[in-house]
Design a protein around this ligand. Sequence first.
Ligand code: KIV
Length: 282
Amino acid sequence: MVRRNSIADLAAMKAEGRPIAMITAYDYTAAALVERSGIDLILVGDSLGMVMQGRDSTLPVTVDDIIYHTKMVMRGCSRPLVISDLPFMSYAQPSDALRNAARLMTEAGCQSVKLEGGAARAATIEALVAEGVPVMGHLGFTPQSVNTIGMKVQARESDAAARLLRDALALQEAGAWAVVLELIPAPLAAAITERLSVPTIGIGAGAGCSGQVQVWHDLLGLYEDFVPRHTRRYRTLGDEIVGGLEEYADDVRNGRFPTAANSAKMDADVLQRALGSLEGER
Ligand code: KIV
């Protein structure tokens, strides 16, 4: 039987200096493909608001949305550890966080939740961890705060960099088992990673993190024109898919699909008898 990666496995990877690979996934098929790839962690991110729902931010995503997508992901994989995002305003108070994390873990079946924010979240993280909920933190560019911090590289100046380091230490102290570092200068991310005992997972934070996370659609090239700077496109599946759809439509329109090989056979006399019996009924 395949054993699911545990938080202890991820801690060991950090301790042994083995880089951690994490990717977002939002449905059964994607999770099954991640399983085949051997990637360590799946994030059911609230980025689903943008890449699955076509919204312009993560803010409208609900706990029910995350549960719906996490259930599909859980059916598709048995080895990667699955982390689900607590969406905007679903953890404003520790009591909200406890109620909603309980739903993500019991109804959807993820192994950890992720929430955004620094030292101000320490009490919430402590409350979750005390109840047995593993928490991944998220610092730097935190998409749920896009309207207050703007979509840009964070903590470029020394005051903000020192604050971010203090935040990272506060999350670890509160019991977070890992911290995502998004869109911060690479040397700062490396310095934080050196000072934390828990893994850091970077996105747009350079190579000095314990691991990396990328959004499925960015990594696999599902969009025609949008390539964030922090992404490398490993495939251009968008072009592949459009090419396949165009060929399919052309074959249908020109009578090349389906062929006999795609169709079920019937002996002519069987059909004749069927048609004849209908004639008799007239
Ligand atoms: O929602 C998400 O996909 C994320 C990653 C970008 C880390 O939070």
